[in-house]
Design a protein around this ligand. Structure first.
Ligand code: GLC
Ligand code: CA
Length: 556
């Protein structure tokens, strides 16, 4: 039987605000995306995941939606969207939408109604609670700083917001809420969109006891009471029955805090919930006492273990979503590779490391160029509310030194990945003729798509070849369907694995360090399929791996 189309696909994530600005207002837009479809076609991707393009006051850049069935004015209008969908489909590129339904904007008409009075028909669309002894209903902290509860004096009650106070959580226990959401989803599917990436979908069902959480830092941890809550699987099954199953689409859940056991429930092939989930264990490895805010290097042994766990754990049960980066993570090459001397080598190595694993790979815009962290050194250059709130909370309340916090932001702030796409050497990297909403990384003069398209050795050219190898070569079946097994596990700073299918085997060796190393091979090899140093350095059964070298070899 032929695999599902989304298993034999490479997905490209577009963060519209930073992709391409067509009218000089400094903000990327739909027209800009349309103008780059041929670029994406040349890259060879099959599916676009579009970060939110709906009407929004942009407290969280579109992840706070005030109208699910309208387009954000800065991005264009519904006609533009229809044209984007049509033009993508003409090129055989599918589009999946970001579905942000754990919360809405506080400017959504449902919330405007809901906060008016306790009797309002929309009151129960959100999560309202009485205060306790003149304080918040419980000690939960918002993921974007401060309490997770906001007091509203119209009714003298508090509403829950896991994210910013402009992102009130919807009450999924209310049947009407779920029906409204399903209706909206059908409306988009009828338009012809090809699926959904579901924002923090693991958080939609809250434990009704609303008990205090264990204190982490300043507030109580809500995760045990909100992640994978009591009805989450029931609601997803209902959504699948009533909506998803009726269309030929794909779904990927952003399942924050997911464990392997939970992932099997969300994405198990026989579960009728989602097709795959994003897990975060590999990107959260650096977490320390201030949560994600730290500047420690990644523990590569732990990273290998995470890959092994997920690749083996879902084998035959569910399907992996593979990613290094997205709009919430720093740039892959800065975090896991080397964004100085070995930028190109390490970007290519990371690409292969991820794309040769089993699952559907996701490329975040600019990753195919080897774009790097912005590492702003001035707080005023940041636009991301999570970063700005964290700065104030950690520096002003928790006593972290400002320089220290600026280092943390430079390493892991979401704005690192949100600087405008680097198209060419023109002003503002060809992203806009106006003033970009977020500063362009000054390295665009030597790092941009136009140059890389001309250069046979560029990261971009490498990505094109790598996508070709995965999707259109004699190795395609092995890469999509073969088994995964870690190799040379005792070797430090080396990620190595084998893919096997119908008697054939590919060995992937990724040197994760800036130093050379020798490796004695346990099996003979037949041919080298790819190497980012062009010629592999074999001597008998020993191979010398140079800094950030990656090598794919067919084993005998
Ligand atoms: C998800 C999004 C992130 C957003 C948050 C709240 O994690 O990826 O960008 O801020 O949800 O919607
Ligand atoms: Ca624009």
């Amino acid at each position: 039987m032929k695999n599902a189309w989304w298993k034999e696909a490479v997905i490209y994530q577009i963060y519209p605000r930073s992709f391409c600005d067509s009218n000089g207002d400094g903000i990327g837009d739909i027209e800009g995306i349309i103008s780059k479809l041929d670029y994406l076609k040349r890259l060879g991707i099959d599916i676009i995941w579009l970060s939110p393009i709906y009407e929004s006051p942009n407290d969280d850049n579109g992840y706070d939606i005030s109208d699910y069935q309208n387009i954000m004015r800065e991005f264009g209008n519904m006609k533009d969207f229809d044209r984007l969908l049509e033009q993508a489909h003409i090129r055989n590129i599918r589009i999946i939408m970001d579905l942000v339904v754990n919360h809405t904007s506080d400017e959504h008409p449902w919330f405007i109604e809901s906060r008016k009075s306790k009797e309002n028909p929309y009151r129960d669309f959100y999560i309202w609670k009485e205060g306790k002894d003149g304080r918040e209903p419980n000690n939960w902290g918002s993921w974007f700083g401060g309490s997770a509860w906001e007091y509203d004096d119209a009714t003298d009650m508090y509403y829950l917001h896991i994210f910013s106070k402009k992102q009130p959580d919807l009450n999924w226990d209310n049947d009407k809420v779920r029906q409204k959401i399903y209706e909206m989803m059908r409306w988009w599917l009828e338009k012809g969109v090809d699926g959904f990436r579901m924002d923090v979908i693991s958080l939609i069902s809250k434990n009704p006891a609303f008990q205090d959480g264990e204190i982490h830092g300043l507030y109580g941890d809500l995760v045990p009471y909100c992640a994978h809550g009591p009805h989450v699987h029931e609601y997803l099954k209902e959504m699948n029955r009533e909506v998803l199953s009726k269309y030929d689409i794909m779904t990927v859940g952003e399942t924050s805090c997911v464990t392997l056991e939970e992932a099997k429930k969300y994405a198990g092939e026989d579960r009728q919930e989602l097709n795959m989930v994003f897990q975060f264990e590999h990107v959260e490895l650096g977490s320390g006492i201030y949560g994600k805010w730290n500047d420690q290097p990644i523990d590569l042994i732990a990273l290998k273990k995470v890959f092994k766990k997920w690749e083996e754990g879902l084998e035959g049960i569910g399907w992996n979503a593979l990613f290094w980066s997205n709009h919430d993570q720093p740039r892959a090459v800065s975090r896991y590779g080397n964004d100085g001397e070995y930028r190109e080598y390490s970007a290519k190595m990371l690409g292969v490391c991820l794309h040769l694993m089993k699952g559907t790979p996701y490329i975040y815009q600019g990753e195919e160029l080897g774009m790097t962290n912005a590492g702003f050194t001035d707080l005023s250059d940041y636009r991301d509310l999570e970063s700005i709130n964290a700065y104030h909370e950690l520096v002003e309340v928790q006593g972290v030194e400002p320089e220290q916090m600026m280092r943390y932001l430079g390493k892991v702030s979401r704005d690192n990945a949100r600087t405008p796409m680097q198209w060419n050497t023109e002003t503002n990297a060809g992203f806009t003729t106006g003033k970009p909403w977020l500063k362009v990384n000054p390295n665009y003069t030597g790092l941009n798509a136009a140059q890389e398209e001309r250069d046979e050795d560029s990261v971009l050219t490498w990505y094109k070849k790598m996508i070709g190898l995965r999707l259109h070569s004699q190795w395609s079946e092995l890469i999509s369907e073969g088994t995964f097994a870690p190799a040379y596990r005792e070797e430090k700073n080396l990620i190595a694995y084998r893919r096997r299918f119908e008697g054939k085997a590919l060995l992937v060796l990724c040197n994760m360090q800036p130093e050379e190393r020798e490796l004695k091979l346990s099996a003979a090899y037949r041919q080298v399929i790819a190497d980012n140093y062009k010629e592999a350095a074999f001597a008998g059964n020993t191979v010398c791996l140079r800094p950030y070298e990656v090598l794919i070899a067919e084993e005998a």
